[in-house]
Design a protein around this ligand. Structure first.
Ligand code: SF4
Length: 373
């Protein structure tokens, strides 16, 4: 629940802008109207940590003017810009670097225009499949109770011939996306981690058991599902904890077996990973998609912990007591694709992590390693 909301005057000319505002008022969230042309200003903060915390408690309802969609390679073609930021406060969140020091939560009132633009982009690429990522700069699930934007996008892509949608979440309130006509065009991925990592670094997110229960529920509802584990951290006892995590994931996947998918929803959808510029199928439409369907395949995306000097500075300014392992002397310095440097685990540790997870995933029914970085 946001502590305060700011609604751009222009957002009220859209039904979604009005409905979000109504809901906020019914929930007794103080709503401030931002007149056209006025600049958004948040309460003054004495420290970066306070400013960050205030921003994470502020919801801004806006109209998205930019009609361009950012690309999202290699896992999707485009970002679907429905929401930006999220109420979670994970110490390592990369949005601290990309969204700046005041990452307030932005939701867009002109959702229908945004989806229309997505439709135009798909049309331009026809007959190729076009994949959209809904969580590139946000976790969209925790504000779904206000916006309904994920549900709208899921049904939109359900009707599309060549569009696929995917998003990832660390939250568990999946109720609003159950029972939709998704036609297996949306892959719901859950970001999971060892209990120790969730409890120590992922503040204000759902607990592991809650996320696993949500994973089972969306799987039961017929969605293709995926698992992201990141950051993988080699704390003391990491192998035991990650082994337990993999066992719990297997149990959740088993309890969420898609035995009851209605016939019309089981015919189409994404059950294979699409990495742009790499494994994109050149086929057309739904018939071919159904031929590639592997109902119980679950892809694992694994990301080992890494940091840049800039990210470390940002993290320490908003979490002065951050306990993330960021000692450069224990890491390997690597030059990134865009000229910046990042600190990764040493090669031996990376190999140990890879061997551990390859083994664990090979024993997971339907488990496939999509990538490990
Ligand atoms: Fe960032 Fe995701 Fe955590 Fe939100 S839930 S703070 S987007 S890492």
């Amino acid at each position: 629940m946001p502590r305060r909301a700011v609604v751009e005057e222009e957002a009220l000319s859209y039904p979604l802008g009005r409905s979000i505002t109504d809901k906020l008022q019914k929930l007794n969230v103080p709503v401030q109207l931002l007149p056209r042309g006025a600049r958004l200003s948040l309460p003054r903060a004495k420290t970066s940590a306070q400013g960050y915390e205030e921003a994470k408690n502020t919801l801004v309802v806006r109209v998205r003017k930019d009609r361009d969609f950012a690309s999202c390679k290699p896992s999707a073609h485009y970002q679907l810009p429905l929401i930006s930021s999220c109420p979670g406060m994970c110490q390592y969140c990369y949005l601290q670097t990309t969204l700046g020091p005041r990452p307030y939560i932005r939701v867009y009132a002109n959702r229908d225009q945004i989806l229309k633009t997505a439709g135009e982009l798909m049309d331009r690429r026809k007959p190729e499949i076009t994949v959209f990522e809904g969580a590139a700069t946000s976790d969209p699930l925790p504000v779904e109770y206000l916006t309904g934007s994920l549900a709208a996008a899921i049904e939109f892509f359900g009707k599309s011939e060549t569009g696929l949608f995917r998003f990832v979440t660390k939250f568990n309130d999946v109720e609003p996306i159950l029972g939709l006509d998704h036609r297996r065009k949306t892959t719901v991925r859950f970001s999971l981690n060892a209990d120790h990592v969730i409890r120590t670094y992922e503040h204000r997110t759902a607990g592991l058991e809650q996320r696993l229960e949500a994973l089972a529920r969306v799987k039961q509802d017929g969605y293709p599902v995926g698992v992201m584990i990141g950051p993988i951290i080699t704390f003391e006892g990491w192998k035991e904890q990650y082994s337990r995590l993999m066992e719990r994931i297997a149990a959740a996947l088993d309890s969420g077996r898609t035995v009851g998918i209605p016939e019309d929803r089981s015919k189409t959808g994404e059950d294979m990973p699409f990495r742009t510029g790499q494994a994109l199928p050149s086929h057309t439409g739904q018939a071919r998609l159904s031929q590639t369907r592997q109902p119980d395949v679950v892809h694992f995306e694994l990301i080992t912990h890494r940091f840049t000097s800039r990210a470390k500075r940002n993290i320490l300014s908003v979490f002065p007591n951050a306990c993330l392992p960021m000692d450069e002397s224990e890491r390997r310095l690597v030059y990134g694709q865009f000229g910046y440097t990042k600190y990764l685990y040493p090669k031996e540790t990376m190999e140990e992590i890879r061997a551990f997870f390859e083994n664990a995933i090979s024993r997971m029914p339907g488990g496939r390693l999509q990538y490990l970085v």
